[in-house]
Design a binder for this molecule. Structure first.
Ligand code: ADP
Ligand code: MG
Ligand code: MG
Length: 199
């Protein structure tokens, strides 16, 4: 079973990973964006780590909704409201249970990813974070490790795609040949999840 502490550790592990990878995320956002994805997420997940230390929410749902709200209020770029919605809606779907099992979490995360698709209007293949998140959710029924591999493969598979959503879409065909920064950070988020689960 997964408790509030598990979800707190997931968010903290994500914050650590974002610190390590911020430069790479910003570099990926340079040719097909405005070179701020790493710093956007750094600001956001630092704030998430700080608020989770201070408030100590007691349920999985409360941890994720608080983290999501924090991302929405601290990240100015497109990724803030999108990741914020992912975590907030996943948290909401978990309700106020003190613990959730892996299947319940997988289902809740699917609700969160659906909400991101609704908010941003992106479909699979549009070269966005969805291309990592959706395969991860599909594989999560199997294991956390399978979700991590699926997210990483999904992120890498964005390279040959032409962007149809977000800033990169302004480049048209020139967006081809670059890995999407948001799909890359989504793979980090899911890798942090697998790491937290000890997989
Ligand atoms: P901004 O583009 O505002 O500078 P970021 O650089 O932080 O924001 O985030 C860019 C990432 O956000 C993209 O690489 C993409 O994965 C994701 N993204 C942008 N627009 C959308 C959308 N409509 N739906 C899903 N993801 C999106
Ligand atoms: Mg950007
Ligand atoms: Mg920006």
């Amino acid at each position: 079973m997964l408790d509030a502490d598990f979800f707190r550790r997931w968010m903290t592990a994500t914050a650590v990973s974002v610190e390590h990878e911020a430069e790479r995320l910003t570099a990926l956002d340079s040719p097909i964006g405005d070179a701020d994805h790493g710093s956007n997420l750094q600001r956001g997940f630092r704030a998430v780590a700080t608020v989770l230390e201070k408030d100590e929410p007691g349920t999985p749902g409360a941890v994720l909704t608080l983290a999501g709200r924090q991302l929405i209020s601290t990240v100015g770029g497109a990724s803030g409201p999108l990741y914020g919605t992912l975590l907030r809606r996943t948290g909401k779907a978990l309700g106020d249970a003190a613990e959730v099992d892996e299947q319940e979490f997988a289902q809740a995360l699917r609700t969160g990813v659906d909400a991101v698709m609704q908010l941003g209007g992106a479909a699979p293949g549009d070269k966005t974070m969805i291309d990592a998140l959706l395969p991860a959710v599909d594989a999560l029924g199997q294991s956390f490790a399978a979700a991590r591999s699926a997210a990483e493969e999904g992120a890498q598979a964005t390279t040959p795609l032409q962007a149809r959503k977000g800033r990169a879409s302004y480049l048209g065909e020139r967006s081809i040949g670059h890995q999407d920064p948001g799909a890359t950070s989504s793979a980090l988020l899911i890798a942090a999840l697998a790491e937290t689960a000890g997989e």
